[in-house]
Design a protein around this ligand. Structure first.
Ligand SMILES: *[C@@H]1O[C@H](CO)[C@@H](O)[C@H](O)[C@H]1NC(C)=O
Ligand SMILES: *[C@@H]1O[C@H](CO)[C@@H](O)[C@H](O)[C@H]1NC(C)=O
Length: 161
């Protein structure tokens, strides 16, 4: 009963406040937003091996990538675009999959500046290029799970050959 009253109070509040909100600005509305890509990678290889490979790949990937910190199960890096204007934070967290002796990697790249809703797959490519250039993409059991909601520009990313 209490819940019901609360719910209807919220409902009324919602409608009355909606009425007071000014009409939306004309489209395109510049939405302040940290563009990001989040992906889950599965491997049939232990995490120690996967994280070592990723750290090495960050280190050999040239001036665009910089390793910030590396713990056994958590790696932080950043990426700066060739024009030096855009920067993205990159994190990897590694979870051993106990039953299969494999590794589950939660990878994320986030734009530091407020960018538009379109990033041309930049954040996805930050992750994908490490995967692809290190050969992890053909590692045993490799599987990638993401979608357009978790990873902006995933469907259109040009780095996917
Ligand atoms: C990227 O990381 C390096 C190493 O920690 C740091 O020196 C640099 O300032 C970072 N760049 C950005 C844009 O955060
Ligand atoms: C990016 O990484 C830096 C250094 O670890 C951190 O201070 C900053 O809050 C991060 N920014 C975002 C948007 O995640």
């Amino acid at each position: 009963m209490k819940t019901l009253l609360l719910a209807s109070a919220l409902f009324v509040g919602l409608f009355s406040s909606t009425a007071a909100v000014p009409p939306p600005a004309p489209f395109p509305f510049p939405v302040p937003y940290h563009a990001f890509c989040r992906a889950l990678w599965l491997f049939a290889t232990p995490c120690a091996e996967i994280s070592t490979t990723i750290v090495q790949q960050i280190q050999v990937s040239g001036p665009q990538y910089a390793l910030v910190s590396a713990l056994p199960l958590f790696v932080k890096a950043n990426h700066t675009s060739p024009d030096g204007v855009q920067a993205q934070n990159i994190t990897f967290s590694f979870s051993p999959t106990v039953l299969t002796g494999g590794c589950r990697v939660s990878a994320q790249s986030t734009s530091l500046g407020f960018t538009s809703l379109l990033d041309d797959g930049l954040n996805y490519c930050n992750l994908y290029n490490l995967l692809s250039n290190s050969g992890l993409i053909s590692a045993p059991g490799f599987m990638e799970m993401t979608n357009e909601w978790a990873c902006l520009g995933y469907g259109l990313a040009k780095c996917k050959a």
